[in-house]
Each structure stands twice: as structure tokens, then as C-alpha cells.
Design a protein around this ligand. Structure first.
Ligand SMILES: [Zn+2]
Length: 230
């Protein structure tokens, strides 16, 4: 464990690089409410907020509950001249179950519903012990890395924007009533925005490292092996 303000150029321990411009900074422990910005491009490097872990856990559970509603409640109801039909996302999957579009529908279900729920589970797995001040679970570093890798692929917002565009087209042909699942998706977008505003990856990595868990393998480097390579 390095002392505050010291760093090791061989391993990179004690240094933090700006994710946008790569400027290197000496890492310092921040107090809650402080913000560290890049000296060159002013990108936020870290901004720990008090109680952020507990809020992120709460938002992850909210995501799971809302997603259940978003999948199984009716998404929309279309009616014209007295005939109507309502369906849920799960109903759409069942309707395509024996068609050639099944792989596409399953892929849609995975990126729209599966990945956000999986990320919520990973966040709970990583953050619950940290929020309680205990040592994290043994795969916490890998779980958080996966959660960050999957972030661009969870597409609930894109789905709702696409649906809104399609609804504008359909609204001229028949009357469309939005079901509870649509509003659950809108709620998911707000939860996602809130979750991003509390999320500080640097702080979470720092908390995992401070509890003694190896995050990038540099703690495991054998100094003799390092010397023979250089
Ligand atoms: Zn920068």
C-alpha cells in the first residue's frame, strides 16, 4: 500500500490518468463532496458523494422491479373500429416464437431487458458489502468490470425512443393507448439517469482496492519476473 502523494512509475500505482486526454495525475484520497478534475481538459476524474453506494443499490433494485413490470404488463393497446389488441413485451416474444424473426426478438429482449437487470445484479453484488463497510465479495472486481463493459449494450432508452417514433406513425392509423409497461420503461430511463449522476467509477474502484482486493493484477506482479523482462 502506497502512502498518500507517492507513486510508482513501474506499476502505475498511485497515479490516475484522465480518461479523455490521458494526462497523468498523482492520486489523492478525496473527502465526500470534493471533486477531482483533470488539470488539462477539466474532465471529472472522481467525485465521491456521501451515501452514493446505498443510493446506487436502491436504484439497482428499482431497476429490477420496474423491468419486471416493463416485460410482463401490457405495453400498448391498439384499437380501430371497435377491435383492439393489447400486448406485452413477453407476449411479443411468444408471438414470434416459431418464426424466422425469433433470434432478432430474443436479441432485442436481451439488450433491452436482460442486460439492464444483469448490470443491476452486478452492482448490488459489488456495492452491498462496500456500503456495509465489509470486505467485498471475491469476484467484485470482475463483476464491476463486466458491469462497465456491458453499459453501452443496455439499450432500454434507445428502445423507448424507437417505440415513440413508431407510435407517431401508427397513431394516424389507429388509436393507441400506452400501457403500464411503457411508463415503467420511462421510469427506467429516469432511474438510469439518477444512477449515472451518483456513479463515480474511480470511487468504486478505490473502495474495492482499499478493502484489499486486487483489481488489475499489479499487486500480484513478481518483482524478479519484472526485472528479468526489462
Ligand atoms: Zn484530461
Amino acid at each position: 500500500m502506497l502512502k498518500q502523494g507517492t507513486f510508482d512509475l513501474k506499476t502505475g500505482a498511485g497515479l490516475i490518468a484522465c480518461p479523455r486526454c490521458d494526462a497523468l495525475h498523482v492520486e489523492e484520497e478525496l473527502q465526500d463532496g470534493e471533486t477531482a478534475r483533470c488539470i488539462r481538459c477539466e474532465t471529472v476524474l472522481a467525485s465521491p458523494r456521501g451515501g452514493a453506494f446505498v443510493r446506487l443499490i436502491a436504484l439497482s433494485f428499482t431497476t429490477m422491479v420496474l423491468m419486471m413490470g416493463a416485460i410482463f404488463f401490457p405495453f400498448l393497446e391498439i384499437s380501430r373500429m371497435g377491435f383492439g389488441n393489447a400486448t406485452s413485451l413477453f407476449g411479443v416474444v411468444l408471438a414470434f416464437a416459431d418464426g424466422v424473426l425469433l433470434p432478432l426478438v430474443l436479441l432485442m429482449l436481451v439488450v433491452v431487458a436482460g442486460l439492464p437487470v444483469l448490470r443491476a445484479f452486478l452492482m448490488v453484488y459489488v456495492l452491498v458489502p462496500l456500503a456495509q463497510g465489509r470486505a467485498p465479495y471475491s469476484h467484485a472486481a470482475r463483476a464491476f468490470r463486466w458491469s462497465e463493459t456491458l453499459r453501452p449494450w443496455s439499450m432500454a432508452e434507445i428502445f423507448i425512443i424507437g417505440t415513440a417514433v413508431a407510435l407517431v406513425k401508427v397513431a394516424g392509423l389507429a388509436s393507441v393507448h400506452l400501457g403500464p409497461a411503457f411508463w415503467a420503461f420511462c421510469g427506467l430511463i429516469l432511474v438510469n439517469v439518477a444512477s449515472r449522476s451518483f456513479m463515480c467509477q474511480t470511487t468504486i474502484w478505490d473502495a474495492i482496492e482499499d478493502s484489499g482486493l486486487a483489481t488489475d493484477g499489479r499487486e500480484l506482479v513478481d518483482p524478479n519476473a519484472q526485472a528479468s523482462r526489462t
